[in-house]
Design a protein around this ligand. Sequence first.
Ligand SMILES: [Zn+2]
Length: 411
Amino acid sequence: MVIVKDEMLVKGVVFCLESDLPGEAMLLLEDFRLAVNNAVRAGLHARITSRNALNKLAYKDFREQHPRMYAQHLVSAFEVAGGTLKNHRKLVRKGVTGRVPYVKRLMMKAENQAYKLDRKTGIIDLPIRAGCHVELKLVVSQYHRKYLDDTALSLGSLTVLPDRVIVAFRKYAPKPYTPESVISMDTNERSLDGVFVEGDGAKAVKAVFPDIAMIQQLHYDRRRRLQKKKAHDRRTMRRLCRMEGTREHRRIDYRLHQVANSVLKFAEERKSAIVLEDLKGFKSKTSKELNRRLSLWPRRKLHQIIEYKAQWKGVPVIKVDPRNSSRTCPICRRIKYSRMGAEFKCECGWCLDRHINASINLLQTAISKGMAGGLRFNPGAFQHDVMMILYEPAMAARSEPNGTSSIAGVT
Ligand SMILES: [Zn+2]
Protein backbone atom coordinates (compact mmCIF):
# COMPACT_ATOMS: atom_id res chain seq x y z
CA MET A 1 0.00 0.00 0.00
CA VAL A 2 1.23 3.45 -0.81
CA ILE A 3 0.23 6.37 1.35
CA VAL A 4 0.81 9.97 0.42
CA LYS A 5 2.37 12.00 3.22
CA ASP A 6 4.14 15.15 2.06
CA GLU A 7 4.75 13.39 -1.24
CA MET A 8 6.50 10.57 0.59
CA LEU A 9 5.37 7.23 -0.80
CA VAL A 10 5.51 4.06 1.25
CA LYS A 11 5.29 0.56 -0.09
CA GLY A 12 5.10 -2.54 2.07
CA VAL A 13 6.94 -5.53 0.65
CA VAL A 14 6.30 -8.99 2.08
CA PHE A 15 9.24 -11.32 2.73
CA CYS A 16 9.09 -14.94 3.84
CA LEU A 17 11.67 -16.17 6.32
CA GLU A 18 14.23 -18.88 5.55
CA SER A 19 13.54 -20.57 8.88
CA ASP A 20 11.00 -20.39 11.69
CA LEU A 21 10.95 -17.33 13.88
CA PRO A 22 13.37 -17.84 16.83
CA GLY A 23 11.76 -18.49 20.21
CA GLU A 24 12.86 -15.12 21.62
CA ALA A 25 11.18 -13.34 18.73
CA MET A 26 7.95 -15.30 19.24
CA LEU A 27 7.95 -14.22 22.89
CA LEU A 28 8.54 -10.65 21.74
CA LEU A 29 5.47 -10.86 19.46
CA GLU A 30 3.36 -12.05 22.36
CA ASP A 31 4.74 -9.37 24.64
CA PHE A 32 4.13 -6.74 21.99
CA ARG A 33 0.53 -7.80 21.45
CA LEU A 34 -0.06 -7.70 25.18
CA ALA A 35 1.43 -4.19 25.36
CA VAL A 36 -0.74 -3.03 22.44
CA ASN A 37 -3.92 -4.37 24.01
CA ASN A 38 -3.06 -2.90 27.40
CA ALA A 39 -2.38 0.45 25.77
CA VAL A 40 -5.69 0.24 23.91
CA ARG A 41 -7.55 -0.27 27.19
CA ALA A 42 -5.61 2.53 28.90
CA GLY A 43 -6.32 4.82 25.94
CA LEU A 44 -10.03 4.00 25.93
CA HIS A 45 -10.23 4.64 29.65
CA ALA A 46 -8.46 8.02 29.38
CA ARG A 47 -10.16 8.85 26.06
CA ILE A 48 -6.95 9.47 24.17
CA THR A 49 -5.72 8.10 20.86
CA SER A 50 -2.45 9.79 20.03
CA ARG A 51 0.84 7.99 20.39
CA ASN A 52 2.40 10.81 22.38
CA ALA A 53 -0.46 11.03 24.80
CA LEU A 54 -0.41 7.27 25.31
CA ASN A 55 3.32 7.44 25.83
CA LYS A 56 2.97 10.09 28.52
CA LEU A 57 0.11 8.30 30.18
CA ALA A 58 1.40 4.77 30.25
CA TYR A 59 5.11 4.57 29.59
CA LYS A 60 6.20 4.25 33.21
CA ASP A 61 3.72 1.50 34.10
CA PHE A 62 4.47 -0.34 30.89
CA ARG A 63 8.19 -0.19 31.52
CA GLU A 64 7.55 -2.10 34.73
CA GLN A 65 5.04 -4.53 33.21
CA HIS A 66 7.21 -5.31 30.21
CA PRO A 67 10.73 -5.15 31.60
CA ARG A 68 11.96 -7.51 28.88
CA MET A 69 11.05 -5.31 26.00
CA TYR A 70 13.35 -2.95 24.12
CA ALA A 71 12.21 0.64 24.80
CA GLN A 72 11.76 1.53 21.12
CA HIS A 73 9.40 -1.40 20.64
CA LEU A 74 7.31 -0.20 23.54
CA VAL A 75 6.90 3.21 21.90
CA SER A 76 5.95 1.48 18.68
CA ALA A 77 3.32 -0.53 20.59
CA PHE A 78 1.77 2.82 21.54
CA GLU A 79 1.73 3.76 17.89
CA VAL A 80 -0.08 0.55 16.89
CA ALA A 81 -2.50 1.02 19.80
CA GLY A 82 -3.11 4.62 18.67
CA GLY A 83 -4.02 3.38 15.19
CA THR A 84 -6.38 0.77 16.62
CA LEU A 85 -8.03 3.39 18.82
CA LYS A 86 -8.49 5.79 15.93
CA ASN A 87 -10.15 3.07 13.84
CA HIS A 88 -12.36 2.19 16.77
CA ARG A 89 -13.38 5.82 17.22
CA LYS A 90 -14.29 6.05 13.55
CA LEU A 91 -16.47 2.95 13.80
CA VAL A 92 -18.17 4.18 16.96
CA ARG A 93 -18.96 7.48 15.26
CA LYS A 94 -20.53 5.57 12.42
CA GLY A 95 -22.45 3.57 15.01
CA VAL A 96 -20.96 0.28 13.82
CA THR A 97 -19.43 -1.17 16.97
CA GLY A 98 -19.42 -0.74 20.70
CA ARG A 99 -16.98 -3.52 21.49
CA VAL A 100 -13.58 -2.88 23.03
CA PRO A 101 -11.05 -3.25 20.21
CA TYR A 102 -8.57 -6.04 20.62
CA VAL A 103 -5.58 -7.02 18.52
CA LYS A 104 -5.81 -10.77 17.96
CA ARG A 105 -3.12 -11.23 15.39
CA LEU A 106 0.34 -12.03 16.72
CA MET A 107 2.48 -9.20 15.41
CA MET A 108 4.96 -6.51 16.20
CA LYS A 109 6.14 -3.38 14.51
CA ALA A 110 9.61 -1.86 14.74
CA GLU A 111 10.40 1.66 13.61
CA ASN A 112 13.33 2.09 11.26
CA GLN A 113 15.74 3.04 14.05
CA ALA A 114 14.80 -0.10 15.96
CA TYR A 115 16.10 -2.73 13.53
CA LYS A 116 18.85 -3.17 10.96
CA LEU A 117 18.47 -4.72 7.54
CA ASP A 118 21.54 -5.64 5.52
CA ARG A 119 20.20 -5.02 2.03
CA LYS A 120 22.92 -7.17 0.39
CA THR A 121 22.48 -10.32 2.44
CA GLY A 122 18.82 -9.89 3.37
CA ILE A 123 19.51 -10.39 7.07
CA ILE A 124 17.53 -8.45 9.67
CA ASP A 125 19.04 -7.73 13.06
CA LEU A 126 16.19 -7.29 15.51
CA PRO A 127 16.92 -6.29 19.11
CA ILE A 128 14.73 -8.02 21.68
CA ARG A 129 16.16 -6.48 24.85
CA ALA A 130 19.53 -5.26 26.08
CA GLY A 131 22.14 -7.78 25.02
CA CYS A 132 19.69 -9.98 23.11
CA HIS A 133 19.30 -9.72 19.36
CA VAL A 134 17.89 -12.17 16.84
CA GLU A 135 18.77 -12.54 13.19
CA LEU A 136 16.03 -13.11 10.63
CA LYS A 137 17.12 -14.37 7.23
CA LEU A 138 14.75 -13.22 4.49
CA VAL A 139 13.91 -15.20 1.37
CA VAL A 140 14.98 -12.86 -1.42
CA SER A 141 13.56 -13.35 -4.92
CA GLN A 142 14.14 -11.27 -8.01
CA TYR A 143 11.04 -9.28 -7.12
CA HIS A 144 12.50 -8.43 -3.72
CA ARG A 145 15.93 -7.58 -5.20
CA LYS A 146 14.33 -4.72 -7.12
CA TYR A 147 13.46 -3.04 -3.83
CA LEU A 148 16.56 -3.98 -1.87
CA ASP A 149 18.94 -2.75 -4.61
CA ASP A 150 17.11 0.48 -5.41
CA THR A 151 19.17 3.17 -3.69
CA ALA A 152 16.38 5.71 -4.13
CA LEU A 153 14.36 3.76 -1.55
CA SER A 154 14.92 4.20 2.15
CA LEU A 155 13.74 1.82 4.84
CA GLY A 156 10.65 2.51 6.90
CA SER A 157 9.09 0.37 9.60
CA LEU A 158 9.32 -3.38 9.91
CA THR A 159 6.26 -5.51 10.70
CA VAL A 160 7.03 -8.97 12.06
CA LEU A 161 4.44 -11.75 11.84
CA PRO A 162 4.93 -15.38 12.89
CA ASP A 163 5.63 -16.57 9.34
CA ARG A 164 6.70 -13.47 7.43
CA VAL A 165 7.83 -9.88 7.71
CA ILE A 166 6.78 -6.73 5.90
CA VAL A 167 9.43 -4.14 5.16
CA ALA A 168 8.26 -0.63 4.30
CA PHE A 169 10.26 1.02 1.53
CA ARG A 170 9.96 4.77 1.14
CA LYS A 171 10.71 7.34 -1.48
CA TYR A 172 9.66 10.80 -2.54
CA ALA A 173 7.04 10.74 -5.29
CA PRO A 174 8.74 11.21 -8.67
CA LYS A 175 7.47 14.07 -10.83
CA PRO A 176 5.09 12.64 -13.45
CA TYR A 177 6.49 12.75 -16.99
CA THR A 178 5.02 15.00 -19.71
CA PRO A 179 2.73 12.67 -21.67
CA GLU A 180 3.37 12.01 -25.35
CA SER A 181 0.24 9.94 -25.79
CA VAL A 182 -2.90 9.15 -23.84
CA ILE A 183 -4.87 6.09 -22.89
CA SER A 184 -8.43 6.72 -21.79
CA MET A 185 -10.43 3.93 -20.18
CA ASP A 186 -14.01 3.26 -19.18
CA THR A 187 -14.18 0.90 -16.20
CA ASN A 188 -16.72 -1.90 -16.43
CA GLU A 189 -17.61 -4.98 -14.46
CA ARG A 190 -15.69 -7.32 -16.74
CA SER A 191 -13.26 -5.08 -18.56
CA LEU A 192 -11.49 -1.81 -19.03
CA ASP A 193 -12.42 -0.52 -22.47
CA GLY A 194 -10.67 2.39 -23.97
CA VAL A 195 -8.89 4.25 -26.62
CA PHE A 196 -5.18 4.81 -27.11
CA VAL A 197 -4.26 8.03 -28.88
CA GLU A 198 -0.78 8.69 -30.23
CA GLY A 199 -0.12 11.46 -32.72
CA ASP A 200 -3.03 11.46 -35.15
CA GLY A 201 -3.88 7.80 -34.64
CA ALA A 202 -6.47 6.35 -32.28
CA LYS A 203 -7.01 2.66 -31.57
CA ALA A 204 -9.26 0.67 -29.30
CA VAL A 205 -7.64 -0.97 -26.26
CA LYS A 206 -9.12 -3.51 -23.88
CA ALA A 207 -8.18 -5.25 -20.66
CA VAL A 208 -10.65 -8.06 -20.01
CA PHE A 209 -11.18 -9.77 -16.66
CA PRO A 210 -14.44 -11.76 -16.77
CA ASP A 211 -13.05 -14.04 -14.06
CA ILE A 212 -13.38 -11.30 -11.45
CA ALA A 213 -17.15 -11.09 -11.80
CA MET A 214 -17.27 -14.91 -11.83
CA ILE A 215 -15.33 -15.11 -8.57
CA GLN A 216 -17.64 -12.54 -7.00
CA GLN A 217 -20.69 -14.54 -8.06
CA LEU A 218 -19.24 -17.83 -6.86
CA HIS A 219 -18.41 -16.51 -3.40
CA TYR A 220 -21.73 -14.71 -3.16
CA ASP A 221 -23.57 -17.98 -3.85
CA ARG A 222 -21.43 -19.81 -1.31
CA ARG A 223 -22.18 -17.23 1.35
CA ARG A 224 -25.89 -17.51 0.60
CA ARG A 225 -25.73 -21.28 1.00
CA LEU A 226 -23.80 -20.97 4.25
CA GLN A 227 -26.34 -18.54 5.61
CA LYS A 228 -29.11 -21.06 5.01
CA LYS A 229 -27.23 -24.14 6.13
CA LYS A 230 -25.82 -22.60 9.32
CA ALA A 231 -28.86 -20.50 10.20
CA HIS A 232 -29.09 -22.29 13.57
CA ASP A 233 -25.52 -21.35 14.51
CA ARG A 234 -24.96 -17.69 13.80
CA ARG A 235 -21.43 -17.59 15.18
CA THR A 236 -20.17 -20.36 12.94
CA MET A 237 -22.10 -18.88 10.05
CA ARG A 238 -20.47 -15.51 10.50
CA ARG A 239 -17.01 -17.02 10.83
CA LEU A 240 -17.40 -19.10 7.68
CA CYS A 241 -18.79 -16.15 5.76
CA ARG A 242 -15.87 -14.03 6.84
CA MET A 243 -13.47 -16.69 5.62
CA GLU A 244 -15.25 -16.79 2.29
CA GLY A 245 -15.01 -13.02 2.09
CA THR A 246 -11.28 -12.96 2.82
CA ARG A 247 -10.63 -15.60 0.21
CA GLU A 248 -12.72 -13.75 -2.35
CA HIS A 249 -10.83 -10.51 -1.68
CA ARG A 250 -7.46 -12.22 -2.05
CA ARG A 251 -8.37 -13.88 -5.33
CA ILE A 252 -9.78 -10.69 -6.80
CA ASP A 253 -6.98 -8.52 -5.46
CA TYR A 254 -4.40 -10.70 -7.14
CA ARG A 255 -6.10 -10.32 -10.53
CA LEU A 256 -6.62 -6.58 -10.13
CA HIS A 257 -2.89 -6.14 -9.55
CA GLN A 258 -2.19 -8.08 -12.74
CA VAL A 259 -4.60 -5.89 -14.71
CA ALA A 260 -3.11 -2.71 -13.26
CA ASN A 261 0.43 -3.89 -14.01
CA SER A 262 -0.44 -4.51 -17.67
CA VAL A 263 -2.03 -1.10 -18.05
CA LEU A 264 0.88 0.65 -16.32
CA LYS A 265 3.46 -1.21 -18.41
CA PHE A 266 1.67 -0.17 -21.60
CA ALA A 267 1.41 3.46 -20.47
CA GLU A 268 5.01 3.64 -19.27
CA GLU A 269 6.44 2.27 -22.51
CA ARG A 270 4.55 4.83 -24.58
CA LYS A 271 4.81 7.73 -22.14
CA SER A 272 1.03 7.90 -21.90
CA ALA A 273 -1.19 9.76 -19.51
CA ILE A 274 -4.03 7.60 -18.16
CA VAL A 275 -7.59 8.96 -18.13
CA LEU A 276 -10.08 7.27 -15.79
CA GLU A 277 -13.58 8.15 -14.68
CA ASP A 278 -14.03 9.44 -11.17
CA LEU A 279 -16.06 6.74 -9.42
CA LYS A 280 -16.70 8.85 -6.35
CA GLY A 281 -20.37 9.13 -5.55
CA PHE A 282 -21.19 6.74 -8.34
CA LYS A 283 -24.14 4.43 -7.67
CA SER A 284 -26.15 2.21 -9.95
CA LYS A 285 -29.80 3.14 -9.89
CA THR A 286 -31.01 -0.40 -10.40
CA SER A 287 -32.59 -2.93 -8.08
CA LYS A 288 -30.78 -4.17 -5.01
CA GLU A 289 -29.98 -7.49 -6.63
CA LEU A 290 -28.38 -5.81 -9.60
CA ASN A 291 -26.52 -3.43 -7.31
CA ARG A 292 -24.93 -6.32 -5.55
CA ARG A 293 -24.05 -8.13 -8.73
CA LEU A 294 -22.43 -5.01 -10.09
CA SER A 295 -20.68 -4.42 -6.78
CA LEU A 296 -18.39 -1.48 -7.22
CA TRP A 297 -15.54 -2.41 -4.95
CA PRO A 298 -13.42 -4.26 -7.51
CA ARG A 299 -13.66 -1.27 -9.81
CA ARG A 300 -12.84 1.22 -7.08
CA LYS A 301 -10.02 -1.01 -5.93
CA LEU A 302 -8.68 -1.28 -9.47
CA HIS A 303 -8.57 2.51 -9.74
CA GLN A 304 -6.85 2.74 -6.39
CA ILE A 305 -4.20 0.23 -7.47
CA ILE A 306 -3.65 1.91 -10.84
CA GLU A 307 -3.37 5.32 -9.18
CA TYR A 308 -0.84 4.34 -6.57
CA LYS A 309 1.28 2.31 -8.97
CA ALA A 310 1.20 5.27 -11.37
CA GLN A 311 2.27 7.65 -8.64
CA TRP A 312 5.13 5.34 -7.68
CA LYS A 313 6.31 5.21 -11.30
CA GLY A 314 5.60 8.84 -12.21
CA VAL A 315 2.83 8.06 -14.71
CA PRO A 316 0.29 10.93 -14.90
CA VAL A 317 -3.32 9.95 -14.13
CA ILE A 318 -6.28 12.19 -14.96
CA LYS A 319 -9.65 11.62 -13.28
CA VAL A 320 -12.76 13.04 -14.94
CA ASP A 321 -16.46 13.31 -14.16
CA PRO A 322 -18.16 10.45 -16.03
CA ARG A 323 -21.56 12.13 -16.31
CA ASN A 324 -23.28 11.22 -19.60
CA SER A 325 -20.08 9.65 -20.91
CA SER A 326 -21.95 6.54 -21.99
CA ARG A 327 -24.79 8.45 -23.63
CA THR A 328 -23.04 11.17 -25.61
CA CYS A 329 -22.05 11.09 -29.26
CA PRO A 330 -18.46 12.32 -29.52
CA ILE A 331 -19.07 13.65 -33.06
CA CYS A 332 -22.28 15.71 -32.77
CA ARG A 333 -22.58 15.82 -28.93
CA ARG A 334 -26.19 14.54 -29.04
CA ILE A 335 -27.19 12.82 -25.81
CA LYS A 336 -29.19 9.60 -26.05
CA TYR A 337 -31.57 8.78 -23.23
CA SER A 338 -33.02 5.56 -24.62
CA ARG A 339 -31.69 2.15 -23.68
CA MET A 340 -28.71 0.97 -25.63
CA GLY A 341 -27.39 -2.38 -26.74
CA ALA A 342 -23.72 -3.24 -26.99
CA GLU A 343 -23.29 -0.58 -29.64
CA PHE A 344 -23.70 3.14 -29.41
CA LYS A 345 -25.50 4.31 -32.54
CA CYS A 346 -26.13 7.97 -33.28
CA GLU A 347 -28.39 9.56 -35.86
CA CYS A 348 -25.37 11.32 -37.33
CA GLY A 349 -24.01 7.95 -38.40
CA TRP A 350 -21.46 7.40 -35.61
CA CYS A 351 -21.46 3.82 -34.41
CA LEU A 352 -19.11 2.24 -31.88
CA ASP A 353 -18.87 -0.25 -29.02
CA ARG A 354 -20.75 1.39 -26.14
CA HIS A 355 -17.87 1.16 -23.64
CA ILE A 356 -15.21 2.39 -26.02
CA ASN A 357 -17.49 5.25 -26.95
CA ALA A 358 -17.68 6.15 -23.27
CA SER A 359 -13.89 6.20 -23.00
CA ILE A 360 -13.72 8.62 -25.95
CA ASN A 361 -16.09 10.93 -24.11
CA LEU A 362 -13.96 10.71 -20.97
CA LEU A 363 -10.95 11.70 -23.03
CA GLN A 364 -12.81 14.61 -24.60
CA THR A 365 -13.85 15.83 -21.17
CA ALA A 366 -10.21 15.70 -20.04
CA ILE A 367 -9.10 17.62 -23.13
CA SER A 368 -11.86 20.23 -22.94
CA LYS A 369 -10.96 20.91 -19.30
CA GLY A 370 -7.30 21.37 -20.25
CA MET A 371 -6.24 18.40 -18.13
CA ALA A 372 -4.45 16.45 -20.88
CA GLY A 373 -1.57 18.85 -21.53
CA GLY A 374 -1.34 19.72 -25.21
CA LEU A 375 -2.74 16.40 -26.39
CA ARG A 376 -5.43 16.44 -29.07
CA PHE A 377 -7.89 13.87 -30.28
CA ASN A 378 -10.00 13.67 -33.41
CA PRO A 379 -12.78 11.05 -33.19
CA GLY A 380 -12.72 10.82 -36.99
CA ALA A 381 -9.22 9.34 -36.80
CA PHE A 382 -10.42 6.37 -34.78
CA GLN A 383 -9.42 3.08 -36.40
CA HIS A 384 -12.48 0.88 -36.11
CA ASP A 385 -10.72 -2.29 -37.20
CA VAL A 386 -7.88 -2.39 -34.66
CA MET A 387 -8.07 -3.69 -31.10
CA MET A 388 -5.12 -3.95 -28.73
CA ILE A 389 -5.48 -6.35 -25.80
CA LEU A 390 -3.59 -5.12 -22.75
CA TYR A 391 -4.68 -7.94 -20.50
CA GLU A 392 -6.68 -11.17 -20.56
CA PRO A 393 -7.06 -13.90 -17.93
CA ALA A 394 -4.58 -16.22 -19.65
CA MET A 395 -1.91 -13.71 -18.68
CA ALA A 396 -2.63 -14.19 -14.98
CA ALA A 397 -0.48 -17.31 -14.59
CA ARG A 398 1.13 -17.03 -11.19
CA SER A 399 4.58 -15.58 -11.57
CA GLU A 400 5.76 -14.51 -8.16
CA PRO A 401 5.38 -17.29 -5.60
CA ASN A 402 6.53 -15.43 -2.52
CA GLY A 403 5.83 -11.80 -3.01
CA THR A 404 2.64 -9.86 -3.32
CA SER A 405 3.14 -6.19 -3.82
CA SER A 406 0.76 -4.81 -1.31
CA ILE A 407 -0.51 -5.48 2.14
CA ALA A 408 -2.69 -3.30 4.29
CA GLY A 409 -1.69 -1.81 7.57
CA VAL A 410 1.89 -0.84 6.77
CA THR A 411 3.23 2.65 7.12
ZN1 LIG B 1 -23.81 11.89 -33.39
